[in-house]
Write a protein that binds this ligand. Structure first.
Ligand SMILES: [Zn+2]
Length: 471
């Protein structure tokens, strides 16, 4: 093998921020992209970044995908549409989830662009908006996917061998090991992906790869501690029982991937053990319903608890009180319904989708409750509800927030500071360097201090920064 002259790592996204994950690893002229996610947040700035994928990424030879969340996978159809010709390697579960996630993302974009163009059709200065990609583009991108079981190794280049290991964050999520032959040495580069928590329902625990030389690691909660996972059921049961006593409805805005399945499984267990009354539960999210089918298909990803439940009681995601709401007409019919009920719907931050209708119809009633089970970014309706503002804007109309608000922070899918530290020390006991990414600066900096106090070398790279991993 000839001498490797270039072994460069470039941070194309999720650098000093949490969204837009994308990294480039170059072995001479061979280019590997890891993740290709959407930037999210301030609307115009994100749209600009999402549209302008760097040329070097379009020319890449191969893409490795950590998991199906849209801030990691969402821009793959744009990449393919603009000329990327390579394969997209991921776990088989991630490939199945992406079939729904990417098409759903396209449909939302097409819908939003059409709505805005119609709304502004009388404005002579209006520049019609086009979606970043269409459903056809998403389908074309899915043709590039190559699924792999966890822990299998495969070569993407004579010098580079890849392996996906459990990250315990959402179903199918992986940390990626890339072993590279570098002029007589093996160098192990590990991309953490998003790291989950030990003892989360359904999922197996994260498995930190060993003996990493370079670790590209998420730090979403580098300086925060979560309530223990074991409090999930207690928190949820308490919110439901209190609302039941008031005769109200429980509205749960939930991310369609993973959080919804965790909530449904938790409700199933609570119902089965008699800890909640037989209240009807409505799952009102077409995407969540499709993703739940992927969960049912991929038993091999379940942890011991979910397998035992499945064997003893059957489907963790189906029980007598659960009703799946498919059509928009059925969803609207829920408005007329009286009496206690639990409604689970998306989007998770209340920015669109059917949940907004349920909030409009329910938040002014003192008997009802909104149960927040996921992260709510700044400037979203979900965040305003978390802040318990007296009034919140729903479809542009201010409404009194009279419903009780419960914020259940045991439901986080991201490792907290202590869990990150455990993962980092297992993975990088001899690491030459940690590159801390996927975190707001104060979270990454706090975590860097923690690692440096243990004698580890850290860097918090900026977007577009390149480092050489050659000695
Ligand atoms: Zn994620």
């Amino acid at each position: 093998m000839t001498k490797l002259k270039k072994f460069d790592l470039t941070f194309l996204g999720a650098a000093q921020t949490v969204t837009g994950s994308m990294y480039l690893l170059e072995l001479d002229d061979f280019k590997i992209i890891v993740d290709c996610g959407f930037f999210q947040g301030k609307r115009q700035e994100s749209a600009q970044l999402n549209r302008n994928i760097p040329r070097v990424a379009l020319d890449a030879d191969v893409l490795l995908l950590t998991h199906a969340h849209i801030d990691h996978s969402g821009n793959i159809p744009t990449l393919v549409k603009k000329g990327f010709k390579g394969k997209v390697h991921c776990t088989d579960t991630t490939a199945d989830l992406c079939k729904h996630m990417l098409r759903d993302s396209a449909r939302i974009q097409e819908h939003d662009a059409g709505w805005l163009n119609r709304k502004n059709s009388d404005d002579p200065d209006w520049e019609p908006i086009t979606p970043l990609y269409t459903e056809d583009d998403a389908v074309a991108a899915l043709e590039h996917f190559v699924p792999h079981p966890y822990n299998d190794t495969f070569d993407i280049h004579p010098r580079a061998r890849v392996q996906f290991v459990d990250a315990g964050h959402v179903l199918g999520s992986a940390s990626i090991i890339i072993d590279v032959q570098v002029n007589g040495h093996r160098r192990r580069v590990v991309f953490s992906g998003d790291i989950g928590r030990r003892n989360l329902p359904i999922l197996r625990d994260p498995v930190p790869p060993k003996h990493a030389d370079y670790v590209i690691m998420e730090t979403t909660y580098g300086n925060r501690l979560h309530a223990p996972v074991t409090q999930m059921h207690d928190q949820l049961a308490a919110a439901i029982e209190e609302t039941y006593k008031r005769g109200g409805k429980v509205i749960i805005p939930s991310f369609a991937l993973e959080r919804t399945q965790e909530i449904v499984f938790a409700l199933n267990e609570l119902r089965r053990s008699g800890r909640i009354k037989p209240i009807p539960v409505y799952l009102d999210s077409p995407l969540a319903i499709n993703l739940t089918e992927v969960f049912r298909k991929h038993h091999e990803c379940y942890d011991a608890e979910a397998i035992a439940f499945d064997l003893a009681h059957g489907d963790p995601f189906g029980f007598d009180m659960l009703k799946v709401v498919e059509s928009a007409r059925e969803s609207m019919a829920l408005n007329e319904m009286s009496g206690p009920a639990i409604i689970i719907s998306a989007s998770g931050m209340c920015e669109g989708g059917r949940i907004v209708h349920h909030l409009r119809n329910n938040i002014e009633n003192h008997s009802n409750a909104v149960v927040i089970v996921g992260y709510q970014a700044q400037h979203t309706l979900g965040r305003r509800i978390v802040e318990r503002r007296r009034q919140v804007p729903v479809f542009g109309v201010k409404r009194d927030l009279n419903a009780r608000v419960y914020v259940l922070n045991a439901f986080s899918a991201h490792a907290d500071k202590n869990e990150l530290l455990w993962w980092a020390t297992e993975c990088g006991s001899q690491a030459r360097k940690f590159f801390l990414v996927h975190g707001d600066p104060e979270q990454s900096e706090a975590f860097a201090q923690t690692l440096e106090s243990l004698g580890k070398k850290c860097d918090i790279p900026r977007r577009k920064a390149t480092v050489s991993l050659l000695d």
